[in-house]
Write a protein that binds this ligand. Structure first.
Ligand code: ATP
Ligand code: MG
Length: 443
């Protein structure tokens, strides 16, 4: 064990872990959730080692409020289950114990060994990628198999000290994101770590250390090996945590975005189209703003934004071939979704409302008779309207149309009737801001 010297740079593990005693760090039990403390104390009482680890420790050290608290222990999942009545074992790839307290879940993981070389029944590796990993190990091995140094800090409930095997405290102090071990190998083991690098860089405002950064430009193709359902979950974490716009820009900077949304990337890369890029960016910025204001955000809206440009372009093509507008929209949506699903699978509960938003862009054009009053009662009207506003702001839909719907919602019933008459009398729609082929959705 080494003496803690706040000034001394530490990156090596050769001399054992760096231990920071309680008086020399800022993690206070007052900031740890009661439930996490209960789990830690109970494990300790039963004679097991119990530590807080991962994002909880990292965020507390940075003075942020942790999203959740993860516990690491030398008890096996079965032993954890015997200690807690309210416990469920989950996971195949990683076997974990979930201790339930109402809505709060404390994840308890047994120390695991890492490394993709030694293969046996509990660890399954293919082409350097770890598919199953349930080999238990020491706390040091557990630290070394984690992704980033700043995510491998342990808060020991025994004496409230911090344990650092990888130089994480130093990196935290320097605002650096550093992969533990050889970066290329660690990204190959689990390509999702590339997305996590981008996520933490944006969320924490950290710089990716150069050796950890370089492979990000080269290994994007490995994302194709990741299960499409896992990518969906990761993307929600990327785009729905308040830094979506910055994340999107960084993903494109590293060339990763194109492996996740190839059709969107193709559209964004086109020249002579200023607005597609601003549409996705605006959508993500709006989402970030909503999160900052504590408003709810919906995955279906996010995906409607991310995939709209390929849908719209395909729709225009089909329309030019003479397909009826509603059929063209449905077909365009089908085709884009069919190509996207194998990469990032969007669950039906999100893909259905996402498609409704697109389809409703056509119905928002119909301002005659009873249609507006009917449309406004549609469960997806508000999302479709927000979507239209975004399109108008990006210069892709008619701002007059978006403005009309804004006024229509605010108007009282008598004025709504007048508005409908007004809109019917005006035969020709106003010109779009941007010249483009005549198309119904362009308003
Ligand atoms: P967040 O604030 O988003 O929860 P987090 O760091 O806690 O960030 P989790 O996904 O909750 O992220 O993971 C908890 C911990 O498990 C991480 O801090 C890290 O130590 C480890 N971990 C998670 N995913 C991986 C991975 N793909 N490879 C290696 N270690 C990982
Ligand atoms: Mg976490």
């Amino acid at each position: 064990m080494q003496e803690y010297d706040p000034e001394a740079p530490r990156t090596s593990t050769a001399a054992g872990p760096l231990i920071v005693p309680r008086p020399e760090h800022n993690i206070s039990r007052a900031n740890i959730s009661e439930q996490a403390l209960k789990v830690l104390y109970k494990l300790k009482q039963e004679g097991f080692a119990a530590h807080l680890v991962g994002g909880g420790v990292r965020d507390l050290l940075l003075g942020h409020e942790p999203k959740d608290f993860d516990v690491a222990t030398d008890a096996t999942p079965e032993q954890v289950r015997q200690v807690f009545r309210n416990c469920r074992l989950i996971g195949r790839r990683f076997r974990l114990a979930h201790v339930h307290f109402g809505r709060e879940i404390i994840e308890v993981a047994t120390f695991r060994a890492g490394g993709a070389d030694d293969v046996d029944a509990e660890r399954h590796v293919e082409n350097g990628m770890i598919l199953r990993d349930n080999v238990y190990g020491s706390i040091e091995e557990d630290a070394l198999r984690r992704d980033f140094t700043i995510n491998a800090l342990y808060y020991n409930i025994n004496d409230f000290s911090l344990i650092d095997y990888t130089g994480g405290i130093n990196d935290l102090r320097n605002g650096q994101l550093r992969l533990i071990g050889d970066p290329t190998r660690r990204y190959r083991e689990d390509p999702v770590r590339m997305l996590r690098a981008v996520r933490f860089a944006c969320k924490l405002g950290f710089a990716v250390e150069p050796d950890s950064e370089r492979p990000l430009f080269e290994l994007g193709h490995l994302l194709g090996d990741i299960a499409a359902a896992r990518l969906f979950d990761e993307l929600i974490k990327l785009f729905h945590t308040g830094y979506g716009l910055e994340t999107f820009e960084k993903l494109r900077h590293y060339g990763l975005f194109g492996y996740l949304f190839p059709a969107t990337e193709t559209c964004l890369a086109q020249e002579d189209h200023a607005f597609p890029i601003t549409f996705v960016s605006r959508g993500l910025r709006t989402t970030d703003e909503r999160i900052a204001q504590g408003k709810p955000v919906a995955p279906f809206f996010l995906y409607a934004v991310l995939l709209w440009e390929p849908v719209r372009q395909r729709y225009e093509q089909l329309l030019a071939k003479g397909t009826v507008d509603t059929d063209a929209m449905l077909q365009a949506a089908d085709e884009v979704c069919a190509r996207q699903q194998p990469l990032v699978s969007i669950p039906k509960r999100y893909s259905l409302p996402m498609r409704e938003i697109w389809y409703l862009q056509l119905r928002l054009l119909q301002r005659d008779g009873k249609r507006p009053s009917r449309l406004i009662g549609h469960p997806r009207f508000r999302a479709a309207y927000d979507f239209l506003v975004l399109r108008a702001e990006a210069g892709e839909a008619d701002p007059e149309l978006a403005d009309w719907w804004t006024r229509y919602q605010e108007a009282d019933p008598a004025n709504r009737t007048t508005m409908i008459e007004g809109s019917v009398k005006r035969k020709r729609p106003r010109r779009r801001r941007k010249p483009a082929a005549a198309s119904p959705i362009a308003g």
